[in-house]
Design a binder for this molecule. Structure first.
Ligand SMILES: [Zn+2]
Length: 81
Protein backbone atom coordinates (compact mmCIF):
# COMPACT_ATOMS: atom_id res chain seq x y z
CA UNK A 1 0.00 0.00 0.00
CA UNK A 2 1.22 3.47 -0.89
CA UNK A 3 1.47 6.02 1.85
CA UNK A 4 -1.28 8.53 1.16
CA UNK A 5 -0.57 10.81 4.09
CA UNK A 6 1.43 13.98 3.56
CA UNK A 7 4.62 13.90 5.70
CA UNK A 8 4.56 17.70 5.97
CA UNK A 9 1.04 18.51 7.13
CA UNK A 10 -0.68 15.15 7.61
CA UNK A 11 -3.19 15.87 4.85
CA UNK A 12 -4.30 13.45 2.14
CA UNK A 13 -2.18 12.96 -0.94
CA UNK A 14 -4.07 12.55 -4.18
CA UNK A 15 -2.94 11.54 -7.65
CA UNK A 16 -3.53 14.21 -10.25
CA UNK A 17 -1.97 16.14 -13.09
CA UNK A 18 -0.02 19.34 -12.68
CA UNK A 19 1.99 21.77 -14.78
CA UNK A 20 5.74 21.93 -14.49
CA UNK A 21 7.44 25.24 -15.30
CA UNK A 22 11.15 25.89 -15.64
CA UNK A 23 12.46 29.40 -16.05
CA UNK A 24 15.99 29.73 -17.37
CA UNK A 25 18.01 32.56 -18.88
CA UNK A 26 16.94 32.17 -22.48
CA UNK A 27 13.36 31.05 -22.10
CA UNK A 28 10.56 29.35 -20.26
CA UNK A 29 9.56 25.71 -20.50
CA UNK A 30 6.04 24.68 -19.57
CA UNK A 31 5.13 21.02 -19.45
CA UNK A 32 1.46 20.31 -18.97
CA UNK A 33 -0.45 17.28 -17.72
CA UNK A 34 2.42 15.97 -15.64
CA UNK A 35 1.31 13.07 -13.45
CA UNK A 36 2.03 13.85 -9.81
CA UNK A 37 0.95 13.13 -6.29
CA UNK A 38 -0.26 16.29 -4.62
CA UNK A 39 -1.30 17.02 -1.06
CA UNK A 40 -4.87 18.27 -1.01
CA UNK A 41 -4.13 20.34 2.07
CA UNK A 42 -0.75 22.07 1.64
CA UNK A 43 -0.22 21.60 -2.11
CA UNK A 44 3.15 19.89 -1.85
CA UNK A 45 3.93 17.88 -4.99
CA UNK A 46 5.76 14.60 -5.44
CA UNK A 47 7.00 13.32 -8.78
CA UNK A 48 8.19 9.81 -9.48
CA UNK A 49 11.80 9.25 -10.56
CA UNK A 50 10.62 8.24 -14.00
CA UNK A 51 8.60 11.45 -14.38
CA UNK A 52 11.48 13.60 -13.09
CA UNK A 53 13.87 12.01 -15.56
CA UNK A 54 11.50 12.62 -18.46
CA UNK A 55 11.02 16.25 -17.40
CA UNK A 56 14.78 16.78 -17.38
CA UNK A 57 14.95 15.39 -20.90
CA UNK A 58 12.20 17.72 -22.10
CA UNK A 59 13.96 20.71 -20.53
CA UNK A 60 17.30 19.91 -22.15
CA UNK A 61 15.52 19.43 -25.48
CA UNK A 62 13.89 22.85 -25.06
CA UNK A 63 17.23 24.47 -24.29
CA UNK A 64 18.69 22.96 -27.45
CA UNK A 65 15.91 24.47 -29.55
CA UNK A 66 16.51 27.92 -28.03
CA UNK A 67 12.86 28.85 -28.04
CA UNK A 68 11.69 31.61 -25.77
CA UNK A 69 8.54 29.74 -24.84
CA UNK A 70 8.33 26.00 -25.09
CA UNK A 71 5.05 24.33 -24.16
CA UNK A 72 4.58 20.58 -24.28
CA UNK A 73 2.10 18.06 -23.05
CA UNK A 74 3.86 15.45 -20.97
CA UNK A 75 2.27 12.51 -22.80
CA UNK A 76 3.11 13.93 -26.25
CA UNK A 77 6.78 13.61 -25.54
CA UNK A 78 8.33 10.22 -26.08
CA UNK A 79 11.91 9.46 -25.20
CA UNK A 80 14.23 8.56 -28.02
CA UNK A 81 15.77 5.29 -26.98
ZN1 LIG B 1 0.47 18.45 3.01
Amino acid sequence: MKNKICPICGGNKIEMETSFTVDFQTGVVVIRNVPATICSQCGEEWLSNEVTEKLENIVSEAKKQKLEIYIKKFQDYSLAS
